[in-house]
Write a protein that binds this ligand. Sequence first.
Ligand code: GLN
Length: 391
Amino acid sequence: MTQTPSLGHPVYRDMPTTIFEHMSARARETGAINLGQGFPEGPGPRDVLQAAADALLTCSSQYPPMPGLAELRAAVACHYARHQGLDLSPQEVIVTSGATEAIAASLLALVRPGDEVLMLAPLYDAYLPLVERVGGVAKVVKLTPPDWRVAREALEAAITPRTRILLMNNPVNPTGIVLRDAELALLADLCVAHDLIAICDEVWEQTIYDGIPHRPLIGFPGMRNRTIKIGSAGKIFSVTGWKVGWMCAAPPIATLLGRAHQFLTFTTPPNLQWAVAEGLGYSDNWFDAQRGAYQASRDRLAAGLREAGYVVRPSGATWFLSIDLSASGIALDDVTFCNRIIEEAGVAAIPISAFYPEESVTHLVRLCFSKTDETLVQAIARLAAFRATIG
Ligand code: GLN
């Protein structure tokens, strides 16, 4: 059936299904091991699941308060005080149905038509369509491998008097890069100098390895009143399908965020909110153990792939690492490689070019390591066999 050309908003008309959904659907069809879309294997930690099950049976299933359960808002503030030294009040926290809703609500609340939104590529695939859909003008600064470093000149060249927002992700999906303090200080500096509001997608704040602390931009000088800090229970508790997130900002911004959120999803399932509130109070040991397990999975996958003849780029955070095709001596671009391994090796992955709006980097492929040892071992064996066939 041909589509009516005038049907629908232009942003959506020629847009493909997200790369994550596309690859997961192909993995389901072909039975491939899915190292594409980022989600942990297994049901999630027993204690947080039990808390959600208990709350479902014993607490209200009616509308919770629009900005979130008071208990969860307090738990988020308390979690960030304990883990990141922040001084947020519960009133500065608004619970959302996942971090993607928080990003959408933030853009809806803050962007006026024609406002420029500064972003860094590679960028998470939802950012650009959301910015464009709310009438913003994307200003994308392209970072380049292998270091992906943020440099003042490139940012300053992209900022104009119409730039209002910096939309950023740290730690970074897909590269697993953790921005250095100097880079964050530079971003904070630019936000203050150019009167920008920073929307910080920090969903990977607890999946950060090698003993490196997460440094939230909101904690940098001048940023307390101009930053929206976004978090995700799906990532923190390995339950990506729950879609419980939050956005934190000083009261004048939080008020606007609440107005956007109230007409987007309005609320988020209350039993999940109760469980997340409980989980955020778990001991430091609990979070260390989670991180330790993911770090071990990262190391297992990296070592296996290296042994199989792939060059693997270091990843300091997230659930992802990347294979460098050109450094591995593989003369395929990332999309071709992903298509071939899903068909020929039975492994799904994500091409990094999907994270660039244009002038893509095409020699890197993202693999998700938040899987059981057994799955990783099997995936490594399949990718090793594939490597052998392509010489
Ligand atoms: N954040 C997930 C990833 O990077 C994808 C989430 C989604 O599919 N919407 O793999």
